[in-house]
Design a protein around this ligand. Structure first.
Ligand SMILES: Nc1ncnc2c1ncn2[C@@H]1O[C@H](COP(=O)(O)OP(=O)(O)OP(=O)(O)O)[C@@H](O)[C@H]1O
Length: 752
């Protein structure tokens, strides 16, 4: 029998937890009733406790002002009540003789007047003491100031369901036992928060300057997705008075992925942040639901190597390139030029505004507005000009005829002729007045009539109407033949009223430059996961459309399976789109075991790029295993194997094939034997209790306890970069076990 030796302070910590829980209950209860009720609630909650006599208790009683708590603060407190904090740090600041005892949790709870902190939020600057501090002398920064002091105690508190389970002190030599424990747990098919075990290098990214964009190149499993979500949480906490979470946006690769991260969001208080795939966002931003053709370039690339595929791939790359942006910029200039008036603006015979001034305003003064908003401004200016001159114009006509009439009245002429003349003058005057009034009403509209109004899709279509013209926008970088190929390709799509994913960057860019993106669809901060799959054009369009460069881009070039249209390096994006960005690399992988990572690193070496080896956090498991499926009963065998693994405590399983083709074959076989399998489709959600059958490209970003890489009719070729990347993605999905199911080891590029 193992006797657990309890930490000497266990009882003291248990009491503190009890106090905190009761206090949270009071706060919640009181917020639901009234201030008068508060004292009674306190009595009820603390009547039997020892510390009802304590100074803290009476201070709470007299100075409580948590009635000012916002609804969201209360909501966080409610969520935190089962686990109010996870760590304690005792700190003696050099500039104060009073030591501080800090309990860190997911939210904060404190007395504003007394500054007595019951729980300190993990996102507050002082929490760096926990994440980066070691026992002993330390310096830390908060709000631009540096504080120094001494950490005398650093303690982790394991609390489950409101009960204290374990107290563990971290001294100078303790390695990260908690991290090890947390990594050795089984996955739940959903991403979770890591606030208890955030590592120093991750902490720096989460807390990096919030006023600067950041690009993170991180190895598979280095915590990119997790960190990105924690960084949003950090951003929300720091700017809670400035921004609403709805002004922030997460862009994820698919709905499956959004479902996958959904569990971590409320825990981190970021569930209100907008979550889109890129295609969804663009369609919302342009206010148009498009008919999108299936995004099958990757599978085409894997299946066929014919001329048609090559051309389609080239077009994908082109539509994402900086060259395409240059072409669009020139095209937009051309569109602007079509709004240059040839003549000055006249109302009737009166010249009210010069064309030159109109052009100057259009091109320069309103540079910060989209084209059509500039035109609206100009329209208003001309209308105002007309309004201002209206009286003058009418007076001029009146004066002109009145003088004429008056002169006639005093002239010594035949009364009949005079009468005739005066009548004519009066008629003429009336006619001119009518003409001017009409001009006042219609001259602005008439002036604008020469400009042709088109909608976004019409403009986009026209770009592909004339190859000569298209090539001319490229400063000689696009040949006439390539321009022709592009025009033909897109005209075919347009004929079917369809668009492909690669068109969306350009559409979003044009929308912002020509019409503008609605304020509600802009964002103050954007997080992009799997950013390596975005093209230069898509990222440029996003930055232009949302009106900020406050982006967090996380990705891994080694997993860049869409590199034919995405990014091959971060360099250009950094230099040309986000020059203010901080660039960071994460090489340590937290997901998988040393044994699995070692094999995945072998695969990585097959790529011609110089990707550094990924360092796994030291956690050992079994070697990946090859299982031959040359017998007919491999389905039954696999099912038996899964049952055994379940018996060992593993919870989540995936069968990952190269493409959907093999997935369907595997599904046919396995689903015939057992109903515990689920073939993942693009829009699908992930059922918690089934073994997923998923193509490699869709497994990107996800993780499972156990992965069966399967090869039925499709093998991985070492000559094909895409195959290597897909295999690498597959091999980096498991937390604990990896099996290869196929005819031969070489089908997975494994040594015999
Ligand atoms: N500091 C940490 N403490 C505990 N778990 C961690 C830590 N960092 C990462 N993890 C875990 O490692 C796994 C991988 O994290 P995540 O999915 O965020 O990595 P990623 O870099 O986005 O991976 P990929 O590139 O493969 O999508 C997750 O299970 C995550 O919870």
């Amino acid at each position: 029998m193992v006797l657990l030796v309890r930490h000497p302070d266990f009882e003291q910590e248990r009491q503190r937890l009890d106090f905190t829980k009761r206090y949270i209950d009071v706060v919640i209860k009181t917020s639901e009733t009234s201030k008068d009720q508060f004292q009674r609630n306190m009595q009820e909650a603390f009547g039997d406790a020892d510390w009802s006599e304590s100074a803290l208790y009476s201070q709470l009683l007299t100075t409580a002002n948590f009635f000012e708590m916002s609804r969201s603060e209360l909501e966080s407190l409610r969520m935190a009540s089962k686990k109010p904090y996870f760590a304690r740090v005792d700190f003696e600041r050099n500039d104060s003789d009073q030591g501080e005892i800090l309990y860190f949790g997911k939210t904060s709870l404190y007395q504003r007047e007394s500054q007595e902190q019951i729980i300190v939020d993990w996102r507050s600057p002082i929490a760096n003491l926990y994440y980066e501090g070691r026992i002993g002398e330390i310096e830390y920064e908060a709000e631009g100031e540096t504080f120094s002091g001494n950490i005398t105690l650093k303690r982790q508190l394991m609390i489950e369901d409101g009960e204290l389970e374990e107290v563990r002190d971290i001294d100078l030599t303790t390695t990260d036992e908690l991290l090890q424990e947390s990594l050795s747990k089984s996955s739940s098919n959903r991403l979770t928060d890591i606030i208890t075990t955030i590592q120093e290098e991750q902490n720096r990214i989460i807390r990096a300057d919030l006023n600067k964009p950041i690009i993170v190149q991180g190895a598979a499993g280095s915590g990119k997705t997790t960190i990105a979500l924690h960084r949003i949480s950090y951003f929300i906490y720091h700017y809670k008075d400035l921004f609403d979470p709805r002004q922030l946006m997460i862009l994820a690769p698919s709905r499956v992925f959004i479902d996958y991260i959904s569990e971590a969001l409320p825990e981190l208080g970021v569930e209100k942040v907008k979550q889109f795939t890129f295609a969804e966002y663009v369609q919302v931003a342009i206010g148009n639901q498009l008919k999108l053709v299936a995004d099958n370039k990757l599978t085409r690339l894997l299946e066929k190597d014919d001329e048609e595929t090559k051309a389609a791939i080239w077009i994908s790359g082109f539509k994402g390139s900086p060259l395409f942006k240059l072409i669009l910029d020139e095209y937009v200039k051309d569109i602007f030029r079509s709004f240059h008036p040839k003549e000055d603006f006249y109302c009737d015979k009166y010249r009210l505004y010069s064309a030159k001034k109109f052009i100057r305003l259009l091109e320069e003064d309103y540079w910060y507005l989209p084209l059509y908003s500039r035109l609206d401004k100009l329209k208003a200016i001309l209308q105002n000009e007309v309004k201002l001159k209206k009286k003058k114009m009418l007076e001029r006509v009146t004066d002109f005829y009145d003088v004429k009439i008056e002169k006639a009245l005093y002239k010594n002429i035949d009364p009949v002729i005079r009468k005739e003349f005066v009548t004519k003058c009066l008629d003429k005057k009336e006619e001119r007045m009518g003409q001017i009034k009409k001009a006042i009403r219609s001259s602005v509209k008439g002036y604008f009539k020469h400009f042709k109004n088109k909608n976004l899709l019409q403009y986009y279509q026209e770009l592909y109407q004339d190859p000569e013209q298209l090539a001319s926008y490229s400063s000689g970088k696009l040949s006439r033949e390539d321009a022709s190929a592009l025009c033909n390709y897109n005209q075919k799509l347009i004929h079917e009223k369809s668009y492909e994913l690669e068109d969306l960057g350009a559409l979003l860019y044009l929308q912002e430059l020509l019409f503008g993106v609605d304020k509600d669809n802009k964002a103050k901060n954007v997080v992009i996961d799997e950013a390596q799959d975005y093209s230069f054009m898509q990222l440029q369009a996003l930055k232009t459309a949302v009106d900020t460069d406050m982006f967090t881009l996380v990705g891994d070039l080694a997993q860049g399976i869409h590199s034919y249209r995405g990014l091959q390096t971060w360099e250009e994006v950094h230099r040309r789109i986000f020059p203010r960005a901080t660039y960071t690399e994460l090489q340590k992988s937290y997901r998988t075991t040393v044994e699995i990572m070692k094999q995945a690193n072998q695969i990585l070496k097959l790529l011609q790029y110089d990707f550094p080896e990924v360092e796994p956090v030291v956690r050992h498991g079994t070697e990946p295993e090859f299982i031959s499926i040359n017998q007919d009963d491999w389905g039954e065998e696999l099912i038996k194997h899964i049952e055994e693994l379940k018996g060992e405590g593993f919870k989540t399983f995936a069968v990952i094939a190269k493409t959907m083709k093999d997935c369907k074959l595997a599904n046919e076989k396995l689903s015939r034997c057992h109903n515990g399998f689920h073939l993942v489709d693009e829009a699908g959600i992930i059922p918690k209790d089934k073994t997923l059958i998923v193509p490699s490209y869709q497994a990107k970003g996800l993780e499972f306890d156990v992965v069966f890489a399967i090869s039925l009719e499709e093998i991985y070729s070492r000559k094909n970069e895409l195959d290597i990347k897909l295999l690498y993605v597959t091999m980096t999905r498991p937390l604990h076990r990896l099996y290869f199911l196929g005819s031969e080891k070489e089908d997975f590029l494994l040594r015999k």
